[in-house]
Design a protein around this ligand. Structure first.
Ligand code: CMP
Length: 141
């Protein structure tokens, strides 16, 4: 059993895709262990994406991530990290496999609807960024 963090980004919330995204995870055997809607400040978005601080898209990405509400969730299941990444598809929707969230729903490489942790280390950091241990429920599955 593994846990990962996923986010429905501001573009996904704006397009009313929260239920669609969560439904795709649940249909693929993942369970929601925690979930909330929040709005990040620019500094909070910068802290979340600190690993990308040297990238040319850091400013634009953190502007985007703080432009409106997001839904953050902890997902639990076997191989949750790689499973979520498979369901999301490649970062660039133009390269994402058919049937993935980004191929079906995203408009560009930055506004790509959804985020998922890319390793056990980032999952630990990202889950702890948004949730205390008291807010995460063991799904018991
Ligand atoms: P995410 O999986 O949340 O991880 C980092 C995010 O940065 C990524 O999704 C995109 O939203 C954004 N991103 C990655 N590469 C680029 C790029 N080349 N140009 C703009 N944004 C990018």
């Amino acid at each position: 059993m593994e846990r990962t963090l996923s986010i429905v980004k501001p573009d996904g919330v704006k397009k009313n895709l929260v239920g669609d995204v969560v439904g795709r995870f649940e249909k693929n055997g993942l369970s929601v262990a925690a979930l909330k809607m929040i709005r990040l400040s620019r500094d909070e978005a910068k802290g979340f994406y600190i690993v990308h601080k040297e990238r040319p898209f850091y400013e634009s990405l953190t502007d985007f991530m703080s432009e409106g509400p997001i839904v953050v969730m902890v997902l639990e299941g076997e191989n949750a990290i790689s499973k979520v990444r498979g369901i999301m598809g490649a970062t660039n929707p133009k390269e994402a496999a058919q049937g993935t969230i980004r191929a079906d729903l995203a408009s560009d490489i930055e506004r790509n609807i959804v985020h998922g942790s890319d390793s056990p280390e980032s999952a630990k950091y990202e889950i702890g960024y948004f949730f205390s241990s008291l807010e995460i429920v063991n799904s018991g599955k």
